[in-house]
Design a protein around this ligand. Structure first.
Ligand code: AMP
Length: 426
């Protein structure tokens, strides 16, 4: 649908046009009119669906239409990670650039004093992570009594990361009468409870089916001994001439080690995780975006807020602890209408976790074999199309129903013909 039909202010439409968006995405089409009407919204949407603009545009519109003389913030957006706060804050700044509205980003890992100075000067919108926001609340350096609109972005992640108590403390200092928007990729028991506590007669908007993996992602698993994983990964990256990959490791230590090993084998790689400073993370992200880095190895927490367009490959070097995170992870590729590949490396000890993931997906992920790498087969029960006999044909997908894919497993160069050409580093 054209943005002009959604009821937005011409100044906002101008910013949208400048961003180059031609049409609204489904979540935007449904959320924007509801939010403009002052409704509470429960949005089931993953990153990559355009959900940030789906709430940022109508919020800017509402604040602009009801101008206000005070200097306390009127909209508060809570996000699970610093990266996401940074990214959402930038979106508000960008979409609101022709309006007389200001946005401040509040997150940890950076000095608090500049944030205090900015808050004193006044702002319309605050985008914050719960921890640092609470620091400001406790120090009395933020006034949240004028908040008219609250957004809980990626609420499921905030709960996974243990922010529920912080969120509850924050809710206590907000005015009771306000508009509430809650976005979540999954809709488990805890999210239902939080929605019931926070939202009033919400409009329920869901753009991808709950817990379904992105349809444009070509998913493949390789069964391999744990010790062989890194060799197989390096082999696939080189052999299939991947452009870039986001690789998920379970621990910070593991992420560091893998990045070092890949780097040694001639694949420019860096790890990002919560032990790294904010500026180190930003630097790594930027060089990845510029194409100086071929592989970013990340833990789930660090990867959550990353917005990478054109990501061709996502790799589950290790499976996530929370099965739902598999869906979050692979949603990093195949975004904005493009197709992508998600590779999962399964060692015998990962089997139980894989079964949990496939239960959520409701289908079995197809398998592939790589030349020169001995797959590890073990007796598998209860998987449809089960093998267990130790002799499957190469690159054969299991037959259970799954979303259609755009390229065959293991297809050379996949459907992305770009080649990684490292620039001079240093
Ligand atoms: P999000 O789901 O908010 O993380 O957005 C994913 C990406 O889609 C961001 O890089 C946005 O800039 C982009 N985007 C958002 N809305 C549109 C649109 N209507 N048309 C094209 N791209 C969009």
């Amino acid at each position: 649908m054209k943005f002009e039909l959604l009821g937005l202010n011409p100044e906002i439409l101008k910013a949208v046009e400048k961003k180059g968006y031609k049409k609204s995405t489904p979540i935007q089409e449904k959320s924007i009119p509801a939010i403009l009407n002052g409704k509470d919204v429960l949005g089931g949407a993953q990153t990559g669906t355009g959900k940030t603009a789906a709430f940022a545009l109508p919020i800017l519109n509402n604040l602009y239409e009801k101008k206000h003389a005070g200097n306390a913030p009127r909209a508060l957006v809570l996000t699970p990670t610093r990266e996401l706060a940074e990214q959402v804050g930038e979106s508000f700044i960008n979409y609101g650039k022709f309006l007389d509205l200001t946005t401040i980003k509040i997150y940890g890992g950076v000095k608090i004093n500049p944030q205090i100075t900015n808050l004193k000067a006044g702002t319309d919108i605050v985008v914050a992570t719960p921890g640092r926001l609470l620091d400001h609340i406790n120090q009395g350096t933020i006034n949240l009594r004028e908040i008219e609109i609250l957004v809980l972005d990626e609420a499921d992640r905030m709960l996974d990361m243990g922010f529920i108590r912080d969120i509850k403390k924050i809710l206590k200092v907000l005015p009771a009468h306000r508009q509430n928007l809650l976005f979540s990729a999954t809709y488990g028991k805890d999210i239902k409870q939080l929605s019931a506590d926070v939202l009033r007669n919400p409009v329920f908007i869901e753009v991808t089916k709950r817990n379904t993996a992105a349809e444009k992602v070509n998913q493949i698993i390789y069964r391999i001994e744990k010790g062989q994983k890194r060799h197989l990964l390096a082999h696939l990256i080189k052999e299939e001439a991947w452009y870039q990959a986001l690789v998920f490791a379970r621990t910070r230590h593991g992420a560091n080690r893998l990045a070092r090993q890949l780097d040694k084998s001639g694949i420019p790689a860096t790890a990002i995780h919560s032990d790294k400073t904010q500026s180190a993370r930003t630097r790594a992200m930027n060089s990845f975006k510029k194409g100086d880095l071929q592989v970013l190895v990340a833990t789930d927490v660090a990867a959550r807020g990353i917005d990478l367009q054109d990501l061709t490959h996502v790799v589950n070097f290790e499976l996530p602890q929370v099965p739902e995170d598999y869906v979050h992870r692979i949603g990093r590729t195949g975004r904005a209408g493009k197709s992508g590949t998600a590779i999962t490396l399964i060692a015998p000890e990962d089997r139980a976790q894989l079964q949990k993931i496939e239960k959520i997906l409701k289908y079995s992920i197809p398998e592939a074999r790589a030349k020169g790498f001995k797959p590890v087969f073990e007796q598998v029960e209860g998987r449809s199309g089960s093998r267990g006999e130790g002799g499957r044909r190469e690159k054969k997908g299991k037959t259970n129903k799954r979303p259609s894919t755009n390229s065959a497993p293991g297809k050379k160069g996949s459907d992305n013909t770009r080649k990684f050409r490292p620039k001079r580093r240093g």
